[in-house]
Design a protein around this ligand. Structure first.
Ligand code: HEC
Length: 457
């Protein structure tokens, strides 16, 4: 996309924020296409006209919804690993958290990263923002949650919220500054003071880890989803489960609440999505996403559609009201994960271990890593337009059969310390040789092998 076109889109996006009605069901596309990897979370802006999605491809995307179309306003690029969650702060900012252990603040007008705080390594899985956009909280796998002030386009840490005995998976603000809730793999839901970040008490202990929570707008109850598939509503004052909802057969991965608080949805590792009325907690609709886990879920402000995200590179919309039969779209995602029909062990290695982040074609398809097309003979970190880490940019060697082999013999953390490629090794020399031989062939434009097999896209 050209810079001017992008600027015009950003302008249109800001202009859109004036309205309040939000996009109607018929104005939503059935898919939001543009990520280069599985999508971890999806949220809709309060005005219902924009969407933020976060992906395994190391980016978040700001979308503008209009006329049955989802336009990419900005790709928010700067995290150094999968982006797990992103939230609107107000009209002009958003926050995101990543496997790289950092929280970032983005200016939605420019699409630039305005501020970032790295808490030192462990994954951050979820983030929440309070009503007036002055505070953000992030859940970390280092067993803490982190509370931040969002002021004048900058993030600053206010407090570290400790006391958990496991990874913190999910965080929420209660309305009107009444507190902060955290949910942990240790099975606990805890209440902290929203100003000081001090622990007030553990409000609930579930026998299994809790993956996700959503505070109800009344500030009195919290919905939770757990690793054992349980979905329930807990009273914050009484500290007990007041409503048990139908369990998922696999861990619960996502929960959503509608803007008016009258609808809720749960998504699980079993691919099921359930849609409830929160007035009586009746199950209104249910369907199964045939393509695996539901990592992200959102309800449009008019309560007509559910947006959901998972292994696919796109976000999909499902119309719940009036109910439209759910028809799984013919889908090309599994290709990348399926082992291609080949006897070439090098190609198998590539399909399994690399293809989710790299293409072999000139186009990188927005994957997390640069295309490996024409890799051999190229200086490390030298592809124009790809946002390499400092480590790769400053690396001073050429990719050859030997250096590629060394990369997986010793691992990227040793060969290119500071690289944003995940740590991986291929110690078996025969397997490594097969991978390198395959790459040599498939990345060579003269060969054309790159375009032949689907598994090696
Ligand atoms: C989870 C995503 C991910 C996976 C899986 C992955 N990579 Fe990468 N790879 C990256 C990223 C991101 C970079 C850019 C690193 C940087 O800038 O520090 C990269 C960089 C590279 C580079 C350097 C390219 C250049 O232009 O200098 C090579 C070579 C490479 N990867 C090969 C592989 C191979 C082969 C596999 C499979 C065995 C693989 N990668 C698996 C994400 C991934």
């Amino acid at each position: 996309m050209s810079k001017t076109f992008r600027a015009a889109l950003a302008g249109a996006y800001i202009a859109l924020l004036g309205g309040t009605t939000g996009a109607l069901a018929e104005e939503w596309p059935t898919r939001l296409e543009g990520h280069g990897g599985p999508v971890k979370s999806v949220v809709i802006s309060a005005d219902g006209k924009s969407v933020l999605s976060a992906s395994f491809d190391y980016a978040a995307i700001l979308w503008a919804i209009a006329d049955g179309d989802a336009k990419i306003v900005h790709r928010l690029i700067g995290h150094e690993a999968a982006v797990n969650d992103a939230r609107f702060v107000n009209g002009t900012f958003a926050v995101s958290v990543s496997d790289d252990g950092s929280i970032a603040l983005w200016n939605l007008e420019s699409g630039e990263m305005a501020s970032r705080i790295d808490e030192g390594g462990d994954k951050m899985l979820s983030v929440a923002v309070n009503e007036d956009g002055s505070r953000a909280i992030a859940a970390s796998w280092d067993h803490n949650a982190y509370l931040y002030a969002v002021e004048e386009g900058r993030l600053s840490r206010i407090a570290k919220l400790g006391g958990h005995r496991g990874n913190v998976n999910s965080v929420e603000f209660l309305p009107e500054g009444k507190g902060v809730l955290t949910a942990s793999y240790d099975g606990g839901i805890r209440l902290f003071n929203a100003a000081s970040g001090e622990l007030e008490r553990e409000i609930y202990a579930h026998g299994w880890g809790i993956n996700v929570i959503k505070a109800m707008p009344n500030g009195k109850t919290v919905l939770f989803g757990a690793t054992d598939g349980a979905v329930g509503l807990v009273s914050i004052a009484a500290g007990e489960e007041v409503k048990v909802l139908p369990p998922h057969e696999r861990p619960v991965l996502s929960l959503a609440l509608s803007k008016d608080g009258t609808k809720a949805a749960s998504g699980g590792g079993d691919g099921k999505i359930r849609f409830f009325s929160t007035l009586d907690w009746a199950l209104e609709e249910e369907f199964e996403n045939p393509y695996g886990p539901v990592w992200g879920i959102a309800i449009t402000p008019d309560n007509t559609l559910v947006l959901y995200a998972g292994l696919d590179d796109h976000v999909k919309a499902w119309q719940v009201s009036p109910r439209k039969p759910f028809e799984p779209v013919d889908n090309d995602f599994p290709r990348r994960f399926q082992i291609s029909e080949t006897d070439d062990p090098g190609e198998l290695q590539f399909a399994r271990k690399c293809s989710v982040c790299h293409t072999l074609k000139p186009d990188d398809a927005n994957r997390a890593g640069p295309t490996l097309y024409r890799l051999f003979g190229r200086k490390a970190g030298s592809l124009a337009g790809y946002p390499y880490s400092k480590a790769l940019k400053e690396a001073n060697f050429i990719w050859t059969e030997k250096t590629v082999s060394d990369l997986f013999d010793h691992g990227p953390d040793v060969v290119t310390p500071g690289s944003k490629m995940p740590i991986q090794r291929l110690k078996d020399e025969t397997a490594r040789d097969a991978l390198v031989a395959f790459l040599k062939r498939a990345t060579d434009p003269a060969n054309g092998a790159a375009n032949k097999k689907e598994g090696a896209q």
